[in-house]
Ligand binder design. Structure first.
Ligand code: PLP
Length: 405
């Protein structure tokens, strides 16, 4: 079936709005993708027809809401090919999922145990481990990258040691677009008796993810980066690990029995889901996954790759253009600077021309440091972007480059 981008665009009313009297060109998809009508309607449907707190009620609405939430859990399980719905924990996002693992699995670590991260991690995959270091005296080691933005796998191999307990690395860099060899990363971690967490925030909408084929111990991602509602994320974890881990937060839903003297905890996955979840968003997340798989991550990735190649080629013709990240097979993310122009000035001027890009350190300050910059401008593509939009972006970029000298 041909890739019908115009048809897909019609499902996103926001894409036909204007900013400053100019048609919006939305290229901030790495931060958050837009949400199609059918997913928004699914949110509306729960609010209008099924809203009642989940898991506790005998009445019809509560049972319907619970069923929608648990159907969504099963949908997520199938989507990432997990073996068991008990392995799918709903969180507020990737950040909370990593905090959950660092905090809970972290309690099983001893002073001097080592956690390996990479230089291209998002702060969400750095700071939780630093908090653990402060609490537990663990040691953090960092895998560097090569000049093209690929992970230095020789350095990774050299960092693995008998004290390595956790390897926590991103699947796709949110700045460089680098796709890391996560199956190898996981296998090598296992050879050293360590567990591997893969941050899938930037991969999940662009790659087919099979957690069992990857053999990842933990895999985390966010709904808002995959055309779904905000405020929802997923922690996939292997059952035997989740069973061993202490609860992350305490409260309703996560208990089996409570007295003032002693509390026993609920079974998985509820042990890790204290309090009322965003069951409305979770129900609509189901639709987002159906939507994504309906189009297919492979055709989406092929479409985005075309836009990436075309735009990169044309950008390189602009005098002074510096693009960060050229690893083979990179995802459709272009981080750049024009000469010495400040990233913020470039982003502001592009915004006035209707182009939404992101500027700054992209929650990856150690990576900025390694690149020798304070920040970069980032354009990133999604399933609904078009070649015409790339041309609008390129023409705006040429104007901005001329203005900034
Ligand atoms: N990890 C990566 C690679 C990301 O790109 C992001 C968000 O941009 C996150 C983690 C954090 O995701 P969230 O803010 O949805 O928790």
């Amino acid at each position: 079936m041909a890739y019908d981008v115009e048809k897909y665009r019609r499902e996103y009313p926001i894409l036909s709005r204007e900013v400053y009297g100019k048609p919006l060109v939305y290229l901030d998809n790495t931060a958050s993708t837009q949400t199609p009508v059918e997913v928004v309607r699914a949110v509306e449907d729960v609010y209008y027809r099924h809203k009642a707190n989940v898991h506790r009620g005998v009445h019809a609405l509560s049972q319907e809401a619970t069923m929608l939430m648990e159907d969504s859990r099963e949908r997520v399980r199938a989507f990432v090919n997990a073996g068991d719905i008990a392995e799918i924990i709903f969180t507020r996002g990737t950040t909370e999922a990593i905090n959950l693992v660092a905090s809970s699995y972290g309690q099983l670590l001893e002073p001097g145990d080592e956690v390996i991260l990479s230089v291209m991690e998002h702060h969400a995959n750095i700071v939780p481990w630093q908090l653990l270091r402060d609490r537990k005296g663990i040691v953090i080691k960092v895998v560097p990258m090569l000049a093209d933005g690929s992970l230095d796998m020789d350095a990774y191999k050299a960092l693995l040691s008998p004290r390595t307990r956790v390897v926590s690395i991103t699947h796709v860099s949110n700045v460089l677009g680098t796709v890391n060899p996560v199956a190898d990363i996981v296998r090598m971690a296992h050879e050293h008796g360590a567990v591997a967490l893969i941050d899938g925030a930037q991969a999940i909408a662009h790659k087919d993810v099979d957690v069992r084929a990857l053999d990842a111990d933990f895999y985390v991602f966010s709904s808002h980066k995959m055309y779904g509602p905000t405020g929802i994320g997923v922690l996939y974890g292997k059952r035997e690990l989740l069973e061993k881990m202490p609860p992350y937060q305490g409260g309703g839903e996560m208990i089996s029995h409570v007295t003032f003297e002693h509390t026993t905890y609920a079974e998985l996955p509820f042990k890790f889901e204290a309090g009322t979840p965003d069951y409305v968003g979770i129900a609509a997340f189901h639709k987002a996954i159906d939507y994504l798989t309906g189009i297919g991550t492979a055709p989406i990735a092929a479409h985005e790759e075309e836009l990436l190649e075309y735009t990169t080629r044309e950008m390189m013709k602009i005098p002074g253009m510096r693009i960060f990240g050229s690893a083979p097979g990179k995802c459709a993310i272009i981080s750049f600077l024009i000469g010495d122009a400040h990233h913020y000035d470039t982003g502001m001027l592009l915004d006035k021309l209707g182009i939404a890009v992101r500027t700054g350190h992209h929650c990856a300050q150690p990576l900025m440091h390694a690149l020798g910059v304070e920040g970069v401008v980032r354009a990133s593509f999604a399933l609904y972007n078009t070649k015409e939009e790339c041309d609008m972006f390129l023409s705006a970029l040429r104007r901005v480059a001329a203005m900034l000298g």
